[in-house]
Design a protein around this ligand. Sequence first.
Ligand code: AMP
Length: 421
Amino acid sequence: MQTIRGFRDILPEQTRLWQKVENLAFELFEAFGYREIRIPVLEKTQLFARSIGEATDIVEKEMYTFADRKGDKLTLRPEATASICRAYIQHKMHASDPVRKFYMTGPMFRRERPQKGRYRQFYQIDAEVFGIASALVDCELIFLQHELFKRLGLTGLSAHINSLGCPECRPDFTGSLLDFLGEKKHALCDICQRRMTKNPMRILDCKAQTCQAALAGAPATVDHLCPACEDHFNTVKSTLQKQKVDFFIDKSLVRGLDYYTRTAWEIQTTSLGAQSAVAGGGRYDGLVKELGGPDTPAIGFAIGFDRLVEVMEQLEQIPEEPGPDLFIVALGEPAMEAAYHLSCDLNRSGFQAVTDFRGKSLKALMKRADKLNASHVLIAGQTEMAENQMILRNMATREQVSISMDHLVPELKKILQTDNG
Ligand code: AMP
């Protein structure tokens, strides 16, 4: 049996790096007042269709949707924002405190063509802020990503930012885009021809060469912003500059989801071959209302966890596998049973103690202790057991001492503390 296409296992040799990222990210988010939210992987299809947009790639062709036994249409979440909005509204969080800052991580599902850095089950690290309209929150989120990547030792990343305007100024922009595309309509791909009526802005995002050619010299959203959106974007730019967060304005960046307003951004890298995005984010001031909640400004980002880890592997930012404090070598059946109880007692006293129950020879077990990178080995042979003693070996210095089993835990504590500093 094999995993299905686009799905994969993440093995213990890799998870250490995933944990390192998670720990650093969560510590940073918590320090900025974000709190963890956990949401289901399965939701009603309608939630995603309404929020992400019917005419987007995700909803049109990438969702894992099925009918459950009662015929309800359900979808494996392709992203987290819609579900977090649903939770915000469902639990009436706005009533007790409209300002909420969330973070989460978990798997997302999109039926895309698998390749390096692109999977059908992939993981994202998300942060979302509800109830604050200020551009300073946009900067806080971009800063959080920037700071996290810096702490993880990443280099060669660039932040692309854009402003997509709001319902006030969007019609002016789409009007001039449609005018511009007027005669070129037939040069566009089928999908973009449909986008002309459903969501013209997303034509800017099309990767098809014919569309790209037709778009040369096309109007940009940033040139059609209303004064409020213009102010907002200016604050974002000047504030990022003051925090020394490098960015550049990317007029073609529109992101693949319909709900974005004002600031949208992506963090890109070239270290995975072709240029690809490791993270993206944007404002979605209209979404909470659209989903039936009160009018609430909101903004969030998603970091592509799989891609982030791949970039770190390339930069050899791989944490060392820590060995246990103790490996207990038990020789013979009675010693093995004693070793089992001892490993429980030692772990209860705060040691990391590992043992092996295969009844192998001293040589084989010492080899295993080496492989596991244990700092000390505790040897329980038949002679030692008969004398109510164990031998403690420091694997680095090869020094050995006998310890009476009557004072084992306090003695071990003392010795390990001195040896390991
Ligand atoms: P999005 O939700 O499309 O804005 O994506 C946010 C981030 O998730 C992207 O910048 C990617 O790093 C990552 N991502 C999106 N789709 C995939 C995928 N199929 N496989 C791996 N990572 C992905």
